[in-house]
Design a protein around this ligand. Sequence first.
Ligand SMILES: [Zn+2]
Length: 204
Amino acid sequence: MGLSLKYLSAMSSSEPKLMLKPQFFYLSHAQNIVIFFPSSFYTFLQLIFAASFLPKPKRCRLVRTMASTPSAGGTKVQKSEEEWRTVLNPEQFRILREKGTEWAGTGQYNKHYDEGVYECAACGTPLYKSTTKFDSGCGWPAFFEGLPGAITETPDADGRRTEITCTACGGHLGHVFKGEGFKTPTDARHCVNSISLNFTPANK
Ligand SMILES: [Zn+2]
């Protein structure tokens, strides 16, 4: 939001530059014709350049609207902790919001290998494909990579482990470990709590 406002502010401050000399051009909405009355050749070139980007005032408004709208990939699911309490059950809240860990070997997806997609249990964002899941023997579901941009990695404060969270909502998933020697394409192990995931079968 801060960036958007900053950007809009920049847009607003730059816009008057184009409008400073309205006597130099006239924008016809009906015929979409731009007529110039330049005072110098240099101004003429400036106006041609400006007009090539802004043939109509309407186009300008469209650009500004798009610039202030977050892209789909960067959309954040933002809720207060109280709101999360109403949509998550107590165990989901303990793990997803309070960064808890389920008991090893107890999660419903630990030994689950059906074909499909694992989504964030809090916000529904697809996180892992079943084709990246492997049996690490550690007691939790393990994946060698997440869907592009879906997982955020953050070193723990003590620097010993790297936490993984859902990029969209910030929900705690587990930790990622690298270079352990697993025979997978990335040799990374996303160790994820089953309770942080929901599975959707491929044939559904
Ligand atoms: Zn999420």
